[in-house]
Write a protein that binds this ligand. Structure first.
Ligand code: C2O
Ligand code: CU
Ligand code: CU
Length: 487
């Protein structure tokens, strides 16, 4: 009996979704029908590789590549070099000038957005500043911000998700004296991990979201780390600095170690936290970064430890499954006396005053189905992205509070602003508190269903027009993006 009722319920939902809608836009904000995409764990038999590296002066060519992905052979995807999926990690010192010659060898528009960097608007990869097929552009800017692990990816309107999913992304690391003075683990004991779920079928990274997948965001069955499916990495009995980017389109992870051990969180999107903090798990949304120290010194030789994602409460499509991401094998006994400093940096809280402007963004009631385009659309304050509309006029140097209200929402939305770093003030509803990953400087604030998240931001870098959007890239591409103009 139960089965029959369930089947009937499913049937009526599908009729509702795919049946002919009378209205052009059919509001489905109160529906909750995204389905999880289960992860298929691999064999953890292929060694982790690190992305190649590049200096501040380099050439990136968006191109079609045949990437060697273990267990899948040659896979058609996109790359910034002919080597494969991820672009090189660009490492610079704060204050350094960057000159990247971008060449678009794709048959569609592309560009590069420098995620987390405070750079002039015309260098930021705004969706209206695209490079046409066969064209090129010199991205030229001076880095003027604290050390941190930032990243880059394409940002053309409505095809960001596809290009990023198919392989276009890379890390951008800024170093500075403050961080250098801490003597954090480096060289072989500093490991960047770009975690991305992919769909691979018939020798290609396939990007063909259904309407429901445009709603939930596209998730893949295979979790790659630095472009390797289910890798392992050999470690010494020592402390390692592991710098993690969730470079997935939509999938949120709840990172933990398989033996339940805690690890030390030292930084996030915008660099070091004020103090280090022991954590047992970290919820990390698309676009977010986590800088952690993992202590392998008490692991025994030949022991295996997995980085896993634990279950969490994330709406109907996320967090339902625990799965392994990669394996660490302790292979070498060494003596390591390194201790993580507890004081890392100084974070001056941005202060609001009675005159602080507060802007409210309703991000909850955002799923609708346009029968005109047969596409799922997403909105902010009931509006889809429109390049001719400025959603917020802000004064240069002013401090504002932005409130993202997902009270009535059914899906998680990691909200992101270009060109600034901000601080997260509060969360009410849902998890009702900030997580350790949300202290310090941020460029993404995750709003789970039922949550209101308030951020405080100072627009103190450059004047010009920037976008803000949900970093679930299917949401972004289907309209969940606005513009602010710094005057
Ligand atoms: Cu990584 Cu517009 O963002
Ligand atoms: Cu960005
Ligand atoms: Cu979203």
């Amino acid at each position: 009996m139960k089965t029959i009722i369930l089947k009937l319920a499913t049937l009526s939902i599908s009729i509702f979704v795919f049946g002919a809608c009378g209205n052009a836009m059919h509001d489905m904000g109160d529906m909750n029908m995204g389905v999880p995409v289960p992860v298929t764990e691999g064999r953890f038999a292929s060694p982790l590789v690190l992305p190649p590296t590049a200096s501040s002066s380099t050439t990136l060519k968006a191109q079609y590549v045949a990437a060697k992905i273990n267990d899948f052979g040659d896979v058609n995807g996109l790359g910034y070099t002919s080597n494969g999926l991820l672009g090189p990690t660009i490492t610079v010192e704060n204050g350094q000038n960057v000159s990247v010659d971008f060449v678009n060898q794709l048959s569609e528009n592309s560009n590069i957005h420098w995620h987390g960097l405070k750079i002039p608007a015309n260098m930021d990869g705004h969706p209206e500043n695209v490079v046409k097929p066969g064209g090129s552009f010199n991205y030229n800017f001076t880095v003027n911000q604290r050390a941190g692990m930032y990243w880059y990816h394409p940002h053309p309107d409505m095809i960001t998700a596809k290009q990023a999913f198919q392989g276009l992304a890379g890390l951008f690391v800024v170093n500075d004296n403050e961080e250098n003075a801490l003597n954090l683990p480096k060289a072989s004991r500093e490991i960047p991990l770009v975690i991305q779920d992919k769909r691979i079928s018939s020798g290609s990274i396939s990007y063909a979201p259904t309407m429901l997948e445009q709603m939930t965001g596209l998730m893949g069955q295979y979790v790659l780390v630095n472009g390797v499916y289910a890798p392992f990495h050999n470690v010494e009995t020592a402390k390692y600095r592991v710098r993690i980017l969730n470079g997935s389109n939509a999938r949120i992870y709840n990172l933990a170690l398989s033996n339940g051990a805690s690890f030390t969180l030292i930084g996030n999107d915008g660099g070091l936290l004020a103090t280090s903090q022991q954590v047992n798990n970290l919820v990390i949304a698309p676009g977010e970064r986590a800088d952690v120290i993992i202590d392998f010194s008490t692991t025994s030789l030949n022991s295996e430890l997995y980085l896993i994602s634990k279950t969490f409460d994330g709406g109907s499509a996320q967090g339902k499954q625990e799965f392994k991401i990669m394996k660490f094998i302790t292979t070498t006994q060494v003596v390591d006396n390194y201790t993580v400093p507890s004081a890392l940096s100084t974070i001056v809280p941005l202060a609001n005053s009675p005159s602080t402007i507060t802007r409210n963004f309703n991000i909850a009631n955002v799923q609708s189905h346009s029968s005109m385009s047969n596409m799922m659309t997403h909105t902010i304050n009931d509006k889809m992205y429109d390049v001719s509309r400025i959603d917020a006029q802000v004064e240069k140097n002013s401090i504002e509070i932005w409130t993202f209200d997902n009270t009535n929402g059914k899906e998680p939305h990691p909200m992101h602003l270009h060109g600034v770093l901000f601080q997260i003030l509060s969360r009410t509803g849902g998890r009702s508190a900030l997580t350790p990953l949300e202290k310090g400087w941020k460029d993404i604030a995750l709003c789970m269903p039922g949550e209101i998240v308030k951020i405080i931001v100072q627009f103190n870098s450059f004047t010009g027009k920037y976008v803000f959007h949900c970093h679930n890239l299917e949401h972004e591409d289907s309209g969940m993006m606005g513009q602010f103009q710094v005057n």
